[in-house]
Design a protein around this ligand. Structure first.
Ligand code: NAD
Length: 286
């Protein structure tokens, strides 16, 4: 049987989640995606109308099939956690079963199990504010959406991930080096995510032989990155200063993710792997 993957954090064809889905589909996996509830409508409509058909094309010429799109809001573990204003919000009340436990339950009912879990989502409402000006609420929201969301997904999906399965999340070097502008607690959220990658690798490894790794990706002009405001500058900086002076393609991150969740990487767990044209290795920009 081919592998089945759930990729949380796909809402268009520009981001890392989409590229990872494609790389996994090209390797023969069945693809399920989790799409943030407020973005669900436009994503499904665009998909249906063929807007993504060009970018659905796989190396063998066929189009990537998405077996099912699940609405997801990874900041809520179960329905009891959802405040009334969200419950009654038009964009949310139009769909159901989008908390983490409910999505795990739905996938269990629809497909039984998965082999690969991908976390490709982040959100920091105060990302444009320096850490020194970040509110408690903004900081905790960044951690909730960008770090705890991975713990929650792994916690609730663990029973339906087949033994020997693998997980991947996406992180950024702002966790360990100062990247002015990556604010709102997002740098802290990535530091937590990377530390959790190690602890969860131990716990999920011992419990079910499930591997947990993260990719520290270089800059990509995704929708989320554009919201931060200086992504073009980061891309130029990388191009000018990385050992490999070339554009970083989302597909290169997709390929690395496909490797890391495959049996080729069966002894790799708890690692943060850089896929950034080598930029992280530079000590002096030149
Ligand atoms: P993206 O916009 O394609 O992906 C982020 C996704 O998160 C979006 O689809 C958004 O709808 C979703 N999302 C936000 N809050 C959510 C929630 N509460 N529940 C469910 N989904 C939610 O952008 P991307 O840049 O490809 O981001 C994917 C991952 O890659 C993120 O973890 C990001 O931090 C990481 N990353 C990005 C870069 C970059 O330069 N773009 C660099 C390193 C790491």
């Amino acid at each position: 049987r081919g592998k089945r993957a759930f990729i949380a954090g796909v809402a268009d064809d520009n981001g890392y989640g989409w590229a990872i889905a494609k790389a996994l589909a090209a390797a023969g996996a069945e693809i399920l995606v989790g799409t943030w509830v407020p973005a669900l409508n436009i994503f499904e409509t665009s998909l249906r109308r063929g807007k993504f058909d060009d970018s659905r094309r796989l190396p063998n010429g066929s189009l990537m099939e998405i077996a099912k799109v699940y609405p997801l809001d990874a900041v809520f573990d179960s329905l009891e956690d959802v405040p009334d204003d969200i419950k009654s919000n038009k964009r949310y009340s139009g769909s159901s079963n989008w908390t983490v436990t409910e999505v795990a339950e739905s996938i269990k009912n629809d497909f039984g199990s998965i082999d690969i879990l991908v976390h490709s989502l982040a959100n920091g409402p105060e990302v444009t504010k320096p850490l020194l000006e970040t509110s408690r609420k903004g900081y905790l929201a960044a951690l909730s959406a960008s770090s705890y969301s991975f713990i929650s997904l792994l916690q609730h999906f663990l029973p339906i991930i087949n033994p020997g399965g693998a997980t991947i999340s996406l992180t950024y070097i702002a966790s360990e080096r100062i990247i002015p502008g990556y604010g709102g607690g997002m740098s802290s959220a990535k530091a937590a995510l990377e530390s959790d990658t190690r602890v969860l690798a131990f716990e999920a490894g011992r419990k079910k032989q499930i591997r947990v790794n993260a990719i520290s990706a270089g800059p990509l002009g995704s929708r989320a990155a554009k919201a931060i405001g200086f992504i073009e500058k980061m891309i130029e900086y990388s191009y000018a200063n990385a050992p490999l002076q070339k554009e970083l393609l989302a597909d290169e991150v997709g390929a690395a993710a496909a490797f890391l969740v495959s049996p080729l990487a069966s002894a790799i767990t708890g690692s943060v792997v850089y896929v950034d044209n080598g930029l992280n290795t530079m000590g002096l920009a030149c």
